[in-house]
Design a protein around this ligand. Structure first.
Ligand SMILES: *Cc1c(COP(=O)(O)O)cnc(C)c1O
Length: 208
């Protein structure tokens, strides 16, 4: 499945992609997403792919198709709470840290396992965990990138076998961007998030 990452791109560029048949769009900032979504046909589906602050959860929960960037138990609880208010089950991916470089966001595998073992996910009735998401190191070293994607696939398998075996919706591995999607697909990606390759380079002056 292809997620067209439309951050920094205009509504008209998004509609052009929509008219060409693209239905799934990814944005990483809540405000930008809110500004755009009502100008795009309502059957387009939105995936949040950037860090989500708990105080902004309420703005996205009512319409979001998937929150791919779930990176804390606190956020899961906030999503569950807001989702319960609108009686909606929200599709989520657990963002797992696989890159070598320092990043601020994402679970480690051991964090996820301890949360599950401590029953931290029990009772989250309005959250549907559909799989995992990760980003590889930004490097020209493709063997490194391959190693990291392969690692994410292994994490997915461990979680599936150990904790989500009976849950058919736990099936997504979101990995691969413009520069590394081919490797990601070879390593088992089920969702690629492609921005610049579809829409052209982003304006570097704009925040991303
Ligand atoms: C921007 C972004 C992408 C897409 O990046 P491209 O290199 O333009 O394809 C994918 N995933 C996340 C989380 C992003 O922030």
């Amino acid at each position: 499945m292809l997620i067209a990452v439309s951050k920094t791109k205009s509504v008209s560029e998004i509609i052009e992609a929509y008219n060409a048949g693209q239905k799934y769009f990814g944005e990483n900032r809540v405000q930008e997403l809110l500004d755009k979504k009502d100008h795009v046909p309502a059957d387009a589906e939105w995936h949040l792919i950037g860090h989500l602050q708990t105080n902004k959860v309420k703005y996205v929960v009512p319409f979001i198709s998937m929150i791919q960037s779930v990176d804390s138990l606190k956020l899961l609880n906030a999503i569950n709470n807001e989702a319960s208010k609108v009686n909606k089950v929200v599709n989520c991916l657990l963002q797992i840290y696989i890159a070598e470089e320092e990043t601020k966001y994402g679970f480690s595998m051991s964090e996820i396992e301890s949360i599950i073992n401590l029953k931290g996910l029990d009772g989250l009735k309005y959250v549907r965990i559909c799989g995992v998401m990760g980003m590889a190191t930004f490097t020209e070293d493709f063997s490194q990138v391959r190693k990291e994607f392969s690692c994410l696939r292994e994490y997915f398998k461990i979680l599936k076998a150990g904790y989500f075996n009976s849950e058919t919706h736990f099936r997504e591995i979101s990995m691969g961007m413009s520069g590394d999607y081919k490797i990601a697909v070879e390593e088992g990606s089920t969702m690629v998030r492609i921005g610049s390759l579809l829409f052209g380079e982003r304006n570097k002056n704009k925040p991303v």
